[in-house]
Design a protein around this ligand. Sequence first.
Ligand code: DQQ
Length: 529
Amino acid sequence: MTASRLRVKEVAKGLKGVQRMASRRDFLTLSAATLLGGRIALPSSTSIRAEQIKKEALRKKLATDPQRPRYHLMPPANWMNDPNGPIFWKGQYHMFYQHNPNGAFPESMHWGHAVSPDLVHWKHLSIALSPTPGGPDKDGCWSGCAVVDRAIPTIVYTGVFPQVQCLARSDDGMMNWRKDPGNPVIAAPPQGMETTGFRDPCVWRERDEWFLAIGSGIKGESGMVLLYRSRDLIYWDYLHLLCKGRKDELLPGNDPVSTGEMWECPDFFPLADKHALIVSTLGAGRYVNQYFHPEIQGKADLGDSYYAPRSMLDEKGRRILWGWLREGRSEAAQRAAGWAGVMSLPRVLTLGHEGALSMAPASEIEVLRGRHQRFEGLPILPSSISPLKSVRGDSLEIQAEFEPGACQAVGLTVRSTPDGKEQTSITYNRTSGNLLVERERSSLSPDVERGSSGGPFALAGDETLKLHVFLDASVIEIFANDRACLTSRVYPLRPDSLGLGMFARGDKARLKTLNVWEMRPISPNRLTA
Ligand code: DQQ
């Protein structure tokens, strides 16, 4: 066991340590003023006005952008990626996230902050963390977690560059955050280790000690998670590897996913009588003497949009997982849109069949259900689409159960124009044993990801196919038979891409039941809060 006391005690002078609600721009202005020996250099009223006009124009554009979801959380504008430090505290759900408030591109990471009483409706709060010029996070406040230490909410995050671990605390109910003057609290990976990365701390408590798991890896080998221990969140001892991947490991079903050379955003927690570790792959296993032994591995989401998930425990004892839904269109399109990145719906984790992780949408979302329609016992003829003509919408919750019979594939078409020029299929392909979102015709735009996205999924014997689908503008989140999730992004251009239908290929199938609800937005516009 290597002991490394890594805290840098040196306290830098000047501005380091306090970082709060001021925007990065205000903060830079304040820094400049301080450096100018107390003379305050304020931006001119003309430039403030120009900035306000620009912001107002962006708000207006975003409020009516048909690609912006209406019931998923996202920042009011600009870039977002990983969920950070989700935490239930004093009756409210707090969500932080990687955020660039200066544009719809990943640069100069801040921690955005939103709060919710019910997991569904959100209020945006001031930015929690911004890079401190000259500080260990001068190039960005990267991902991490939030814990409560002796009643004080504390963020543990990665400062860059180089990648180091930092602390920030709040004394006023998570409104303002002060950085620890001794940051970084962990200044480098364990001595002698040549890592591919050293970031995204996940902290938990066991009796009177804190543990910290950090994402890392070895070049040419595998991803790994390093384990540290501390009594006070400040002085950390490196213990050992909590878990390490195996080179070119395949997931069950021979899914050709290498576990990679770097594991980002480890999320480690107890679940029923097991522990779970979520990195870029996911699994459950035993946690014995601070070592994690995976028993089952799989993908948190079969699609290509869901990434960097983080979980929280709420007051009901539920383990709730959030993920970043990345965009599926070009960087230029994202910049032009003025926003990028969406938070997934909250997913409640349980241990399912044979100890595999099972995810279900939190029941709180049902509060958004509006007009309801139900269909029952409909035959689905092969090789054509049977539209459900009375249903239209890009903001829907759908629960469908199919009897596949002898067909090769069965599923739903969503976001279809009446002429089918734009349409997306959600397909269970029995022949290939996959669940897919087929996006060949999702959008007339040349600037979007096409092709199928999905992965291995098989029904047992005469099991029915149960699809629970959430459509929200450019977001599609699918939960299948309580054991698979598939998230995708689509960007239909035509305003009439609102149709819902069903299809079977190879032979007929049958729709047992379909319930569909129009979903209410969580804010009067598309600005989330
Ligand atoms: N995003 C963060 C990193 C993390 C990555 C930077 C995962 O901390 O490893 O925005 O998406």
